[in-house]
Design a protein around this ligand. Structure first.
Ligand code: CAA
Length: 381
């Protein structure tokens, strides 16, 4: 594995860092308090090429590699993990899936505006009774001439009220179990497509999460992605890349926690000296630094394998499992180092903890990642 980043990768990292610090950070606290969606920021991210980073230029994307995507995701999530998840879903779940499996028609009509950031995407797999057990899809899609008619409910959909296009997994043949699931592009505005209220969340509060409803929603047959019965494989293959994005998001939160803890420990005095002089604090900082680096190495390994077109699903699950765990641990330690100040909004670290927790849940819980890893080890996939 190559440990030196290319000039291009470093340039992307720097440009993401500049944008994050100058344009995202100043309003992050307020957006968190008000649970306010960052419309302007998402628009600018699109203009800068961050919403379709890995899509080839002929389909409106920036044509970059997964390593560049990881580096950018870390920088963005470091200042606002809500913006991180919006960016991650559009890049890894929506654009990647359409580029890999979409027909020329779908690429032209949907992928290009999504990759340019002119339109926003969402990915609808989870249902009220199908979260981790994702094969148990109850949403149906019945063929009717040149249309499929969708009925059902989707849950926990990131970008749910804002996305222009949603990739919806639905059952086209119940008798075939998960091999009877298919994926469709559904446009906001199609009759029968609605959404629930925005969830009032613990963290990533300025991202938009809600349920989606489909009541006799007629979707043109040409919006079928890949082919009938391939929808579950589509979701799994796409989520493998998504897990790299969420691992990077978690690293951003962990790194922000470490930097906040370092800064505070050098300012705060107790017993006549800076608390950074105490081993009790130093050991925490050292452990946090080791965890952040280890998570980066796992995530970059998964990204490098993906870029080399080699199998990476096990490594992506390992990266997400570990990075999400250490994001929570680092945020907790940052709060502990801040003492009472860590428990109030002014010092940001309380938000890092609230934002970190979801990384252990979405795009496959930590328990699901362990299943994926164990099955790979035991050659059971
Ligand atoms: N990569 C590729 N294929 C995979 C896979 C992976 N990581 N994991 C499973 N599959 C494939 C299997 O190979 C199998 O394919 P075939 O039938 O073609 O052979 C198929 O999926 C079914 O697999 P299993 O028989 O192992 O099914 P299972 O029910 O025992 O386990 C599961 C499946 C791994 C638990 C799966 O349901 C799963 O990953 N669940 C978690 C779902 C998830 O991550 N949801 C996230 C929601 S999206 C989200 O959060 C986005 C957001 O908005 C932020």
């Amino acid at each position: 594995m190559e440990f030196n980043f290319t000039e291009e990768q470093l340039m992307i990292q720097e440009s993401a860092r500049d944008f994050a610090q100058n344009e995202i950070a100043p309003s992050a606290v307020q957006r968190d308090i008000n649970a306010e969606f960052p419309y302007e920021i998402v628009k600018k991210l699109g203009e800068l090429g961050f919403m379709g980073m890995m899509v080839p230029p002929e389909f409106g994307g920036a044509g970059l590699d997964t390593i560049s995507y990881v580096l950018a995701m870390i920088e963005i999530s470091k200042v606002d993990a809500s913006v991180g998840v919006i960016m991650s879903v559009n890049n890894s779940l929506v654009c990647y899936g359409l580029e890999k499996y979409g027909s020329p028609y779908i690429k032209e009509k949907y992928l290009i505006p999504l990759a340019k950031g002119e339109k926003l995407g969402a990915f609808a797999l989870s249902e009220p009774e199908a979260g981790s057990d994702a094969t148990k899809q109850k949403t149906t899609a019945d063929k009717d001439g040149d249309y499929y008619v969708l009925n059902g409910i989707k849950n926990w959909i990131t970008n749910g009220t804002t996305a222009d296009y949603v990739l919806v997994m639905a059952t086209t043949d119940k008798s075939k179990g998960h091999k009877g699931i298919s994926t469709f592009v559904v446009e906001r505005g199609y009759e029968g497509f609605g959404h629930g209220v925005k969830e009032d969340k613990l963290g990533i509060r300025s991202s938009d999460t809600c349920s989606l409803t489909f009541e006799n929603c007629r979707v043109p047959a040409q919006n079928l992605v890949w082919e009938e019965g391939k929808g579950f494989n589509f979701a799994m293959n796409t989520l493998n890349g998504g897990r790299i994005g969420i691992a990077a998001q978690a690293i951003g939160i962990a790194e922000a926690s470490l930097e906040a803890a370092l800064k505070y420990s050098k300012q705060r005095k107790a017993f006549g000296q800076e608390i950074s002089n105490f081993q009790a604090i130093q050991f925490k900082l050292a452990d946090m630094a080791v965890k952040v680096d280890a998570a980066k190495l796992l995530t970059l390994k998964a990204a490098a394998l993906k870029d080399a077109d080699k199998p990476y699903y096990k490594e992506a699950a390992m990266a997400k499992l570990y990075a999400s765990k250490i994001a929570v641990e680092c945020a907790l330690e940052a709060i502990q180092i801040h003492g009472g100040y860590g428990y109030v909004r002014e010092y940001l670290v309380e938000r890092y903890l609230r934002d970190a927790k979801i990384t252990e849940i979405y795009e496959g819980t930590s328990e699901i990642q362990r299943i994926v890893i164990a099955r790979a080890l035991l050659d059971q996939k």
